[in-house]
Design a binder for this molecule. Structure first.
Ligand code: FRU
Length: 687
C-alpha cells in the first residue's frame, strides 16, 4: 500500500513539474487550456467578437487607485474595465479542451454588476451553452474572487469557455474581469467577500461598544446583534458556538453566522464570521439558524437559506478545521420542492442534523394550516435528502394531550439522548399562557418521548417548559467528549426593548448547562468549569432571618457573583432575596410557601424593559420545598441573573439593567422566621 501511494505521489510531482514547464507553450497538460490564466500577457488562445475583449484589456496592475489589490493570480488578468472602456460589448471564447479530472472548473471573476449582461458560459462543440454564471461575489470593487462550476456531467466532452459582455451602460462595473481558469479544480477556495466585509467592519468598529452592561463570563457577540445559538458542537478539542449575527447593526438584519470557541465553556475566543448572505438562495435575509455535524473529520454546517420569500436548507463545510466555510454546490440540499404537500414554503427552518446508525437525520420546523409542525428528513451523504414524515403536527392538540397549538412554528428544534432518554427540544412561538407557564411571547419546551426513525413519528411522554424566567430562547444542545450533554440558549426574548442596543451590542448567551434526566425530569446545572473561576469565597451557615428584618451578610455583594444559598423556611410565610440592590433599584426573588411559587421580580431592577407580554414585571415558577428547604444557586453577571432551583430541577433566566453601583444583596423573611442554613458566595472572575 505504502509503495503504491509513494509511486502516485512521485508521478504526480513529475507530472506537476512537467505541467509547470509546459504551461506557457502548448496544451499538453490535460488540466489547462491555452492562456487560461492570461499569463501570456496577451489574448492569445482566445477568439473575440465585438470591442469589449481586445488586446488592450489585459491588465497587469497590481493595485488600483484605492490601493485595493485586484487579487489576480500571477502577473496578468483580463480587466474588462481597463481604460474606462466598460461600455464596450462583445464576447471572448477560449480554445477547446477536453474536460477531465473531477469536472470542477475554478476561475477568478470580478466586476460584472449585472450578471444578466456580463457572464461566463461553458459551451460544447455544437456551440450550445451548458452552464452560465455571473459574478456571485460582486462587492462594488474590481476585485476578483474565486468561483467554481461543476461540469462533471460533461466529463470527456470537448468544451470551451466563453466570456460575454452585453453591458453597454457606462455606469460603474459594467464589464467583467476574469483570470486563472483551472480545470480539475481542487481548491483552495476563496473567503467570500461578504465575509471579509463583515469581519473588516467588526474590526473597525468594535471599539465603539459601550461596555456598561457587557457580561463578563458569558458568551456575547463581539459587536452588534446576536440571537440564536447555532451549530453548537465539540469539535477539534473546542466547543464551537456559532450564532445568528448581524455585524452591521445592534438589531436583527440579514443573518450571518458569528463564531466563537471555548475549551471550557467560560472563556471565549472570537473567530471570523462563518457564514454571510452571498448566494442567490440566501442573499436576501441570509443564513438562518441551524446545526453543525462532523463528517470525515470535517465540520459541516446546515442552515436555513432565506431568499425570495423561500426558506430552504443549505450546507456549508470547512476543510480548515472549522474556520472558513464553503457553501455546498448542491444547495439548497432540501428545497421547498422537498416539502410535504401540507407544508408552507415560507416557514421551513432551523434544521437539526444528527446521525443515527449510518444515516443522517434532519428535523426541521414547518408550518401547516397556520400551525407548527416538525418534519423529519434523512440522507446517506448529507447531499441527497428524502422526506421521512411528520414528527409533530399540532393540528391535533387533543390527540396525546401534549401538543400545544401555536400561532407560529416550533423554531430551533433539537434532539438528543441524555441518560438513556430521547429528548426533543423546540422553541414554539406564541404558546398561550397556562398557569405560571408560557408567559413569554415565545417559549422553549422539552418533550421526553421516543422517535420512530422509519415513520418519523415522535411519541411524547411529556411537554415541559424549560426555563421559567424572562429571557431564554432557542436552546441548543451539544455532547462533550466526556459524555456530558451541554445546553446553551439565547438570553433574550423577541420583541423586547434592549437597553444595550445604543451601546453597540445586543443579545448574550446563557451559561452553558449540563443536562441530566432523573426520574422522568430534565435537570440543568451550570457547567462545572465555572467553579475554576471562583474567587473571594465567603461561607456562612445558620444565619437567622428574623421576621421583617432585612439581613445582609458581610462580604456578600457584587454583580459578578455566584451565590449558593439554602434556606429553611421555618415558620415564615415567604422569604425574599434582593440582588443588585442600590439606592433605588433591586431585583427581587421571593419564595411564597403557601403557593409554592418562586417569583422573579424585575420591576425595580433598573432600566425599563418593554415587550409584547401583558406581565412585564414578574415571572413565576412552582417548586416544592424539600424538607421545608429551598435551595438556590444564583449567577449574576452585570446584566443577567440565572437561578438554578433545587439542584437544577427548575431554572429562571433573565436579563436586568441596574446601575453599576447596585451591588447589594439582602435577605428577608416575612410572616415568621427562617434560617439560611448554608451560604456560599464567590466572585466569578474571568481574566
Ligand atoms: C428563532 C429564529 C429562528 C430563525 C432565526 C432568525 O429565534 O426566529 O427560527 O432561524 O431566529 O434569526
Amino acid at each position: 500500500m505504502k509503495k503504491i501511494s509513494l509511486l502516485i505521489i512521485l508521478s504526480l510531482t513529475i507530472l506537476m513539474t512537467a505541467c509547470a514547464a509546459n504551461k506557457e507553450t502548448t496544451v499538453k497538460d490535460p488540466y489547462t487550456f491555452t492562456n487560461g490564466d492570461f499569463e501570456l500577457g496577451t489574448l492569445e488562445g482566445w477568439t473575440t467578437t465585438g470591442q469589449a475583449f481586445s488586446q488592450t484589456m489585459v491588465s497587469f496592475q497590481k493595485r488600483d487607485a484605492n490601493n485595493l489589490e485586484y487579487r489576480q493570480q500571477g502577473m496578468y488578468f483580463f480587466h474588462g474595465g481597463k481604460g474606462d472602456l466598460g461600455e464596450l460589448t462583445g464576447t471572448m471564447t477560449s480554445s477547446p479542451f477536453v474536460l477531465k479530472g473531477n469536472g470542477i472548473i475554478g476561475f477568478l471573476v470580478g466586476g460584472g454588476i449585472d450578471p444578466t449582461l456580463t457572464y461566463i458560459s461553458f459551451i460544447n462543440q455544437n456551440d450550445e451553452e451548458l452552464l452560465r454564471v455571473g459574478n456571485e461575489n460582486f462587492n462594488d470593487t474590481d476585485q476578483l474572487f474565486r468561483m467554481t462550476v461543476d461540469l462533471s456531467d460533461y466529463l470527456g466532452e470537448t468544451i470551451r469557455v466563453r466570456i460575454t459582455d452585453l453591458d453597454s451602460f457606462n455606469d460603474g462595473f459594467n464589464y467583467i474581469n476574469v483570470d486563472d481558469f483551472i480545470i480539475n479544480f481542487q481548491g483552495p477556495y476563496d473567503v467570500s467577500p461578504s465575509i471579509i466585509k463583515a469581519n473588516d467592519y467588526i474590526e473597525a468598529n468594535e471599539n465603539k461598544i459601550n461596555d456598561r452592561y457587557r457580561l463578563t463570563y458569558h458568551a456575547m457577540s463581539r459587536y452588534n446583534w446576536a440571537n440564536d445559538p447555532n451549530g453548537v458542537i465539540w469539535y477539534n478539542n473546542q466547543f464551537h458556538l456559532f450564532y445568528q449575527h448581524n455585524p452591521y447593526a445592534a438589531n436583527w438584519g440579514p443573518m450571518h453566522w458569528g463564531h466563537q470557541v471555548s475549551s471550557d465553556f467560560i472563556k471565549w475566543t472570537h473567530l471570523p464570521v462563518a457564514l454571510a448572505p452571498d448566494k442567490t438562495y440566501d442573499k436576501d435575509l441570509g443564513a438562518f439558524s441551524g446545526t453543525a455535524i462532523e463528517k470525515d473529520g470535517n465540520l459541516y454546517l446546515m442552515y436555513t437559506a432565506v431568499s425570495g420569500g423561500l426558506q430552504q436548507q443549505a450546507i456549508a463545510y470547512s476543510t480548515d478545521g472549522g474556520i472558513t466555510f464553503q457553501k455546498d454546490r448542491n444547495n439548497p440540499v432540501i428545497s421547498v420542492l422537498d416539502l410535504p404537500s401540507n407544508a408552507n414554503s415560507s416557514d421551513f427552518r432551523d434544521p437539526k442534523v444528527f446521525k443515527h446508525d449510518d444515516t443522517y437525520y434532519v428535523i426541521i420546523g414547518g408550518k401547516t394550516n397556520g400551525v407548527g409542525q416538525l418534519l423529519l428528513y434523512r440522507s446517506d451523504d448529507l447531499t441527497y435528502f428524502e422526506y421521512v414524515g411528520e414528527l409533530l403536527n399540532n393540528n391535533n392538540p387533543d390527540g396525546s394531550g401534549y401538543y400545544r397549538v401555536t400561532g407560529g412554528i416550533y423554531e430551533c428544534p433539537d434532539f438528543f439522548i441524555v441518560d438513556g432518554q430521547e429528548i426533543l427540544i423546540a422553541s414554539p412561538m406564541r404558546i398561550p399562557k397556562e398557569g405560571n407557564d408560557y408567559e413569554n411571547l415565545h417559549s422553549v419546551v422539552y418533550m421526553d418521548g421516543s422517535l420512530d426513525y422509519e415513520t418519523g413519528t415522535f411519541t411524547q411522554d411529556g411537554f415541559t417548559e424549560l426555563d421559567g424566567g424572562f429571557d431564554f430562547y432557542a436552546a441548543q444542545v451539544a455532547k462533550h467528549p466526556d459524555g456530558r450533554t451541554i445546553m446553551i440558549a439565547w438570553m433574550q426574548m423577541w420583541d423586547r426593548t434592549m437597553p444595550t442596543q445604543v451601546d453597540g451590542w445586543a443579545g448574550a448567551f446563557t451559561l452553558p448547562r449540563e443536562l441530566s434526566y432523573i426520574n422522568g425530569h430534565l435537570y440543568q446545572k451550570p457547567v462545572r468549569e465555572i467553579e475554576n473561576y471562583r474567587e473571594n469565597h465567603i461561607e456562612e451557615s445558620s444565619v437567622a432571618l428574623a421576621n421583617g428584618i432585612q439581613t445582609s451578610i458581610t462580604g456578600v455583594s457584587g454583580n459578578k457573583v455566584e451565590l449558593e444559598v439554602e434556606i429553611d423556611l421555618g415558620n415564615a410565610a415567604s422569604i425574599s432575596i434582593d440582588l443588585l440592590k442600590g439606592t433605588e433599584n433591586y431585583t427581587r426573588i421571593t419564595y411564597d410557601k403557601q403557593t409554592s411559587n418562586l417569583i422573579f421580580d424585575r420591576s425595580h431592577s433598573g432600566r425599563d424593559i418593554r415587550g409584547m407580554e401583558t406581565n412585564l414585571a414578574t415571572r413565576t415558577t412552582t417548586i416544592e420545598p424539600i424538607n421545608n428547604k429551598i435551595k438556590l444557586r444564583i449567577f449574576i453577571d452585570v446584566s443577567s441573573v440565572e437561578i438554578f432551583i433545587n439542584d437544577g430541577y427548575k431554572t429562571m433566566t433573565s436579563v436586568v439593567f441596574p446601575n453599576s453601583d447596585d451591588l447589594g444583596i439582602t435577605f428577608l423573611a416575612t410572616g415568621g422566621n427562617a434560617v439560611i442554613t448554608h451560604l456560599n458566595k464567590y466572585d466569578i472572575i474571568v481574566k
